[in-house]
Design a protein around this ligand. Sequence first.
Ligand code: IMP
Ligand code: MG
Length: 208
Amino acid sequence: MRSEPIDIRDRGPYSVDQFRVKDDYKDDLECLLISEGEIDSRITCLADEITHAFGGRGDVEVYAMCVLKGAMQFFGALTPQLDLDVPVNEGAIKASRYSSGETITEEAEIEWLDEELIEGRDILVVEDIVDEGYTLQSVRNQLEEFNPNSVDVAVLFDKRTRRKVDVPVDYTGFVIPDEFVVGYGLDYDERYRDLRHLAVLNESARND
Ligand code: IMP
Ligand code: MG
């Protein structure tokens, strides 16, 4: 009962004036890829699939884990729509890969905030985007050290053309083209997280 992700790689974009975008952001955006309405509808569908999958697993408590900061909006839309009989604990981690000059680390550094909630629980990792795959791989590997009962991963956007490591994802919202995207929680230099749609950032805005 799991749907295929929506692959938008062969679909034309929207122009910035076809949906409501704040004036401060308009000049920085090349185009819009996915509207807020489409994202929200897709998240409802993912919530149903997760509810169905976890519902058949007995009475293990669930820990829903938001990967900060990019997944905050996805997490905030998804978790209230889960309808599970068992208690669901909510929490967050911070995962970052560090760059120096041209190189960026493969292993992500992870700040665990409440690792005592992981042991013996069914974990739902909620992540904004999987690109090369290293961040999610680090999260999965390091999670195992805290002995969860199971680990499921939900990712809103998948840039799979750029994947370097094959990391399993259980629930995927959209497959998107190889572009730097912002909005719906995703940032560039801490900007644009509050943009309601997923957009492609201009080259010039990235170099400012
Ligand atoms: P990965 O390790 O290459 O899979 O990178 C995943 C992380 O990089 C995500 O969790 C995001 O925080 C960030 N990231 C990757 N692509 C984008 C993008 O297009 N816009 C904003 N952040 C991105
Ligand atoms: Mg992220």
